[in-house]
Design a protein around this ligand. Sequence first.
Ligand SMILES: C[S@@+](CC[C@H](N)C(=O)[O-])C[C@H]1O[C@@H](n2cnc3c(N)ncnc32)[C@H](O)[C@@H]1O
Length: 314
Amino acid sequence: MPRFPWRVFWCIPNRKQDAEAWLRYNEGMTIPKTYVKKAAPFLKWAGGKQRLLPQYEPYFPPRELTGRYFEPFVGSAAVFFHLQPAHAVLADRNDKLIEVYEAVRDEVEAVIAALKPHRNESAYYYEVRAQDPCKLTRAERAARLIYLNKTCYNGLYRENSRGEFNVPFGRYKNPRICDEERLRLASQVLQGVSLQVADFEDVVSVAEEGDLVYFDPPYVPLSETSSFTAYHRLGFGEADQRRLADVVESLTERGCRVMLSNSSAPLVYELYDNGRFLLVPVQARRNINSKADRRGPVQELLILNYTPGEWRVR
Ligand SMILES: C[S@@+](CC[C@H](N)C(=O)[O-])C[C@H]1O[C@@H](n2cnc3c(N)ncnc32)[C@H](O)[C@@H]1O
């Protein structure tokens, strides 16, 4: 006897994470009337949090308790697309990345039109990579970055000392260069969102009591070679990690809820394992490593300044 009537099968989603959500939803034999696709990242980003969301889920404060949402290291915005907060400030020091979000928010059809002609071919990739972005329109620049991200090696964003994207061609068989539905969904969720090119400290200087701040900085490396931190030519070193910990303390004093991801390196314990924060171990997989044997499971930390369930700032 099939568990569900036949008429629900036409709406089974094709992506694994959607399928899992769909199955969880159906556990109590509740049949969805229509399957609603959810916005999700349209860029692949080193340190992206999409796969960790199920582990993070119990720690997100309830929507009704949350004021504005700040995400100052936005990358591919996995947590933002998951939470879809009503009032959000998204920021990153990478101006090209923020421009892509602005273009997708304000002119998604122009971005889609500019993406469609791009092809997954090595010679063509290097031609596009060599283009002078200043000679393109904003929509064309956004499409160029999305194209390079979908077809480059490991979907990695890396700049040289002149601030130029310098990742080689990736040799994916059939990358989805133009996912129109995903871009349109992202555009809807980005309406009304404030986007900023800024250092994290400036972004959260206006956060107030009741606001939620999610920090996902470049991680403290577990060893000299283990972590990818070259998102930007300025890097993110120990002084930045210490500055971030001071900012977290200041937000805590102001009554903001803070959630922070980082590695389980000794410096992270030194900065946050002081009784004022909750340190939750999270199991992750590291993908950005040229050596396949170093891509296995790794323990990371989710650091909270509030207690789940009570949700009060500690
Ligand atoms: C680990 S990634 C964020 C990944 C993101 N949570 C996701 O799901 O894709 C870190 C981001 O921080 C940005 N970044 C580095 N230093 C920064 C700074 N000082 N202020 C703001 N953003 C910074 C990088 O450009 C990068 O996009």
